[in-house]
Design a protein around this ligand. Structure first.
Ligand code: ADE
Length: 234
């Protein structure tokens, strides 16, 4: 079973409309839609915004629904200079940019006493997502890189520079690492796919509502293509 998580209603509504729904369950105030999506057994859910919601949601998918795979879909702010609004970023790995126990000598982003700094996404899922995006959205660029996550909407050049220099972030958002951590703790593979709605700079609060719909449409097309070709890896 494939667990698909989007933070906001807009990010999951189209996928839920596509589904043949067998069952809906409300757990922890989240509505889980279980059924078939593009030929695959799936559960689609809106987690709500932020890392805590995302982690709780990922854990429920793993423990209550027995998800074999977690996919986090949605939008993000671009950090890398080559990324344009609308482009797709697929996670190589993900970390919490707002985790900071450097007072004890840990590198920023490190969850103290965990044996990993950035949670690695699964290679095969990365490949599948990359190919699916190239087929579904041939007019945009596909990047594979580090997703940096924090409970913060980033809209300044200074913060953006920091996220690039300290963490090597490719894009910034507010849920991915929470889902990655839930997947890591439950030993299931995950990948994050995020289309860029803004550049996380001083224009971000204006760009975000302007380009949100377009970016979401790209992520939805990628997911449909990825699930539709699940059996194949060409
Ligand atoms: N999601 C989309 N754009 C974002 C940004 N600039 N910061 C955090 N999360 C985002």
């Amino acid at each position: 079973m494939i667990g698909i998580i989007g933070a906001m209603e807009e990010e999951v509504a189209a996928l839920q409309r596509d589904m043949e729904i067998e069952e809906t369950r409300k757990i922890a105030s989240m509505e889980f839609y279980k059924g078939r999506l593009c030929g695959q057994e799936a559960v689609v859910v809106r987690s709500g915004v932020g890392k805590v919601n995302a982690g709780i949601c990922g854990a429920i998918l793993a423990l209550e629904f027995g998800a074999d795979v977690l996919i986090n879909t949605g939008i993000a702010g671009g950090l890398h200079p080559d990324i344009r609004i609308g482009d797709m970023v697929i996670s190589r790995d993900a970390l919490h940019h707002d985790m900071d126990a450097s007072a004890f000598g840990d590198p920023r982003g490190q969850v103290p006493r965990m044996d990993v700094w950035a949670f690695p996404a699964e290679e095969e899922l990365i490949e599948r997502a990359k190919k699916a995006n190239q087929r579904a959205n041939p007019d945009i660029q596909t990047f594979v890189g580090r997703v940096v996550t924090g409970d913060q909407f980033v809209s300044s050049e200074e913060k953006k520079q920091e996220l690039t220099e300290v963490f090597g972030g490719m894009c910034v958002e507010m849920e991915g690492a929470g889902i990655a951590q839930a997947a890591y703790l439950n030993r299931i593979p995950y990948v994050i796919v995020r289309s860029i709605s803004d550049q996380a700079d001083h224009c971000a609060t204006e760009d975000y509502p302007t380009f949100e719909k377009k970016a979401i449409a790209h992520s939805v097309r990628l997911i449909r293509e990825m699930l539709g070709n699940w059996g194949k890896l060409d």
